[in-house]
Design a protein around this ligand. Structure first.
Ligand code: CO
Length: 132
């Protein structure tokens, strides 16, 4: 298991990119993840990334998160080789997940989220990278 990225909930990806382009030269990739109702910008920093997430719909859990807790740290993500196996192993230990099965993430990845109630309050994403 490797650290993959930190997810940050923001109101405007564009605004964050304007700020962070002044902080350093990051390789930036942008996309939209319809299943999460989110616009995503990924700033690569070495082997890990910062992921800015902007809600594309007011009824998304991301929009609700920003309304209730403001912009800021949303989740941390670990990379795994086999998400279904890792999820099954962790479920067997009593960990709870948001989705029954992994869902489509950005750039062809498969993701699932561990419920904050079983991880000490922090949303933890498990991600199996795609080929993109
Ligand atoms: Co993420």
């Amino acid at each position: 298991m490797k650290f993959d990225h930190v997810g940050v909930a923001v109101k405007s990806v564009e605004q964050m990119l304007a700020i962070y382009s002044k902080i350093g030269k990051f390789e930036v990739r942008q996309t939209e993840v319809p299943g999460q109702k989110a616009k995503v910008a990924l700033l690569k920093a070495g082997d890990t990334s910062v992921e800015f997430l902007e809600p594309t719909s007011e009824d998304s859990s991301l929009a609700k998160f920003i309304r209730e807790r403001g912009e800021g740290l949303h989740h941390i993500a670990f990379g795994v080789d086999d998400i279904e196996k890792t999820t099954a192993d962790l479920r067997a230990q009593g960990f709870r997940f948001i989705y029954d099965r992994a869902v489509d993430g950005k750039f062809g990845s498969k993701v699932n989220f561990m419920h904050p109630k079983s991880t000490g309050g922090l949303l933890v994403e498990l991600t199996q990278r795609g080929n993109e």
